[in-house]
Design a protein around this ligand. Structure first.
Ligand SMILES: [Zn+2]
Length: 346
């Protein structure tokens, strides 16, 4: 790190320095190399430092709370810095109530299925019922959807949703993935929702897997996608030509959509492991026709071959890498059950 907060006594990266600069009442930023440092400031840095700051400002981070890394979106990194230093939520546990109480309700902007307009909807998260619900009308008795915490995932997707606070929530309905897209104007609110969902998943998993340690459960609270983007695909007969679709690789589920913001996938493919007969190959079988993009990928499953094409070589490399990662990982016992569900799909 080339930057430092000389009021907090911590070294930070360039990208975080921009966030710190926006909280001048807490943090004042200088370049380690380019700015002048007086003796007292150097001494302050030497007597504090990142480790000491962590011991103070992170002393009570709940284990379910999402700790962003450099690759996370601006919102998550900014709210982490504000929660840690400005609001001191990890020193004062009472401040964690918005995401640790096991119940949360409020209004969020939800993207409408038909016209893509965002509409204000009431959401209720209850750990006791193991569900996240939303209501189409304020006075509605019955929720429009009940999303079970067991199958819930949430991931920030600002670029795709077109809002810096855009959150994608997915759940399973009849074993198919459903998407909703939500945001709140206030960055703290939507990150609190995100951590409340993670807390609810954490408590659900603690009950479902009583012997598991926190370290086992925390990676299961929410998933970021291995890769997303456009590819072309062809149908099972491989004679109907290739069509451009939006693909999402979510753990072992490869889903494709006509539009990136569709409520549900047009199709889902389970990607197992090499031991169970799944292979990823660069290129297409000879004499394959009807594709517009040049860089082919073939996925061989026990049932059939899937053919895809990418627009650029870099894109193909990233997709192959994502598929390979999943194929190289041995399947867990519960994943065989998921695979069986896919096989019995019409
Ligand atoms: Zn940073």
């Amino acid at each position: 790190p080339d930057w430092a907060s000389y009021t907090l006594g911590v070294f930070i990266c360039l990208s975080c320095s921009g966030i710190h600069r926006n909280i001048p009442q807490i943090s004042k930023v200088k370049s380690v190399r380019l700015d002048a440092w007086d003796e007292a400031q150097v001494e302050f840095m030497a007597s504090h430092g990142n480790e000491a700051a962590r011991a103070t400002f992170e002393s009570k981070v709940p284990s379910f709370y999402y700790r962003p890394t450099f690759s996370d979106c601006q919102l998550l990194r900014e709210q982490w810095i504000r929660a840690k230093y400005e609001r001191q939520e990890f020193i004062i546990p009472e401040k964690q109530e918005p995401y640790s109480a096991g119940y949360r309700e409020g209004f969020l902007w939800k993207r409408g299925r038909d016209n893509g307009q965002f509409l204000s909807r009431k959401f209720v998260l209850t750990e006791r019922e193991g569900a996240l619900k939303y209501f189409n009308r304020n006075d509605a008795k019955e929720p429009k959807a009940v999303m079970k915490i067991e199958h819930l995932n949430a991931t920030f997707q600002p670029a795709k949703i077109g809002h810096p606070h855009g959150l994608q929530v997915t759940y399973l309905k009849d074993n198919s993935t459903r998407n909703i897209f939500i945001y709140h104007e206030d960055g703290k609110e939507i990150v609190d929702w995100f951590n409340a969902l993670r807390a609810a998943r954490f408590h659900y998993l603690q009950v479902a897997f009583p012997g598991a340690s926190d370290a086992d459960l925390v990676p299961k609270l929410s998933r970021n996608y291995l890769k997303e983007g456009y590819m072309e695909k062809t149908g099972p007969k491989q004679t109907e030509g290739f069509r451009k679709r939006w693909f999402t690789m979510d753990d072992r589920r490869l889903m494709y959509f006509k539009d990136p913001l569709d409520a549900f996938a047009r199709g889902e493919v389970f990607i197992g492991s090499k031991e169970s007969g799944y292979t990823v190959l660069e290129g297409l079988p000879p004499s394959t026709q009807g594709h517009h993009w040049p860089h082919g990928i073939t996925i061989v499953t026990p049932d059939r071959k899937f053919l895809f094409t990418c627009e650029t070589e870099l894109d193909r490399r990233e997709w192959v890498e994502a598929f390979q990662k999943v194929v190289d990982r041995p399947m867990l016992p519960q994943e065989y059950a998921v695979e069986a569900h896919f096989k019995h799909k019409p």
